[in-house]
Write a protein that binds this ligand. Structure first.
Ligand SMILES: Cc1ncc(COP(=O)(O)O)c(C=O)c1O
Length: 472
């Protein structure tokens, strides 16, 4: 695997931050590998109980100090399990929770596990930029007025493109109303280490924050942190860690040590490394904007739902070439050995991490220049209008358990209750959730995404000619 990363060294523009950071921290990781005691040395501490006398307890205290929060729980199973345990710690079965429709699938898992009633905030979509935005505090206020029984709110900050809402305003509003806010900041673990980056979620009055250090810092895959601003959530969180079954009893000390090392690197060198990466990203933006047919946006594009941007995410709009983002991504990989983070109909996303600087970024800009110079295509950009949210007939947990089901051709399924939860990429959001009514708009939207080269996650029929529905 290390050799693969070395071969790709010059062209990685995706998460996790590790592969590139890995090369820099190879020596440290080799040392970790030699000392993997994992569960065999109990004195090291346990993820199932906090003990400040152990190595793990001291590491937790150190991490809490660096992130400026009351408590930290490190995960060796990524942010996915943290999102589940966070939402379950803040709610009781049967509660209503407010969440973004484009939340990570793990938030839907919590809804199923805990039998919660989801109330969705439809993402604001920027048609000109071809990407979803965050929710505004006005969106939140309107939803809370309409649903006064909401017990907790779950937001994502930022999204994949580094686009983020005014989280402080959202957190303030919820604080005033006495409603707990949980924030999935999987992509924001590095924010507090450079002043040019957005405000970090843990610096707001958010009760509980989850972060994937393995995405934007130099740490091993699945190394993530739950950051607690609210102490009363620690005890329920440990109860779920112990009894929820989400945490392996053989948790990985290798990942825990790498997590600490990754944060240590940020604490000691983060400012300098991030400064280099930011300069490279600013330079790339400037260069891309000079290439005919390509453009990228910055803070001049702010609007409701987009009030701050992580400059280390450079979204390259390729629509001016008459090509789709998928086509440009494919050429970057095949011809130039350059691997972007993701592609959509309109965009290719490059992610800059701690070890990028001006030296390495030139190669990607040259490749984009070459593609732009020799290609003009005929790809017609679709105007992505998200379909209206379908009516919920059954809560997600009841839908998942419901039997019997039957498989119907799409046109016959309209008006029936879906057994399937299907997310479309792009835009990266659940379009129908199990228990919701299948509508003509949903079917048309999903068919269009598939036809244009996007993917449908969760559809049982790979051709998407049929869908499973619930039989009454
Ligand atoms: C917004 C968001 N939240 C949570 C996750 C899950 O994180 P992890 O891979 O650390 O489990 C992801 C993964 O891509 C994500 O994009």
């Amino acid at each position: 695997m290390g050799r693969g990363f070395t071969l790709l060294e010059q062209g990685l523009w995706f998460e996790p931050g590790l592969p590139k950071g890995y090369l820099q921290m190879l020596d440290d990781f080799e040392k970790i590998g030699r000392y993997d005691h994992s569960m065999s040395v109990l004195e090291l501490g346990s993820l199932f109980a906090y003990n400040p006398e152990t190595a793990l307890g001291r590491a937790q205290d150190y991490l809490a100090g660096v992130y400026g929060v009351k408590f930290v729980w490190p995960s060796t199973n990524g942010t996915s399990i943290l999102n589940i345990m966070a939402l379950m710690s803040c709610t009781h079965p049967g509660d209503s929770v407010l969440l973004q429709r484009d939340s990570h699938v793990s938030v839907y898992s919590a809804i199923v596990h805990h039998n919660l009633e989801p109330v969705y905030l439809k993402p604001n979509y920027a048609t000109d930029l071809g990407l979803p935005l965050g929710v505004t505090s006005q969106d939140l206020e309107a939803a809370l007025n309409e649903h006064p029984d909401i017990k907790a709110v779950f937001l994502t900050y930022p999204n994949y493109y580094g686009v983020a809402t005014d989280l402080e305003a959202c957190a303030r509003l919820l604080h005033q109303r006495g409603i707990r806010l949980i924030v999935d900041s999987a992509h924001g673990a590095h924010y507090r280490f450079h002043p040019d980056l957005p405000l970090s979620a843990e610096q707001t009055s958010t009760a509980l924050i989850t972060q994937s250090q393995h995405k934007t810092c130099s740490t091993l895959s699945q190394g993530s942190l739950a950051l607690f601003n609210e102490e009363s959530l620690i005890q329920p969180f440990y109860e779920w860690a112990n009894l929820g079954g989400f945490v392996s009893t053989s948790f990985s000390f290798i990942i825990l040590q790498a997590l600490v090392l990754g944060v240590l690197q940020l604490e000691k060198q983060g400012r300098t490394l991030l400064q280099n990466a930011l300069e490279a990203a600013y330079w790339a933006r400037e260069q891309v904007n000079q290439i005919p047919g390509l453009k990228t946006f910055g803070l001049e594009a702010v609007r409701p739902g987009f009030s701050t941007l992580d400059p280390l995410r450079v979204t390259v709009d390729v629509s001016g070439l008459g090509l789709s983002g998928f086509e440009v991504c494919e050429r970057l990989m095949r011809e130039f050995n350059i691997y972007p983070e993701l592609a959509t109909f309109q965009n290719v996303l490059l992610m800059f991490t701690l070890v990028d600087d001006l030296r390495v970024v030139r190669r990607v800009v040259q490749a984009l220049r070459r593609i732009a110079a020799d290609t003009r295509g005929h790809f017609q950009q679709p105007r992505l209008e998200l379909p209206p949210l379908p009516a919920m007939r059954l809560w997600p947990r009841a839908a998942l358990h419901h039997r019997p089901r039957r498989i119907l051709p799409l046109h016959q399924a309209i008006g029936q209750v879906s057994a399937e939860t299907i997310s479309a990429y792009p835009p990266g959001s659940a379009i129908i959730v199990g228990g919701e009514e299948v509508t003509a708009e949903v079917v048309e939207f999903l068919q269009a995404v598939k036809k244009l080269g996007g993917s449908l996650k969760g559809a049982s029929d790979p051709q998407f000619g049929h869908i499973q529905v619930l039989e009454s």
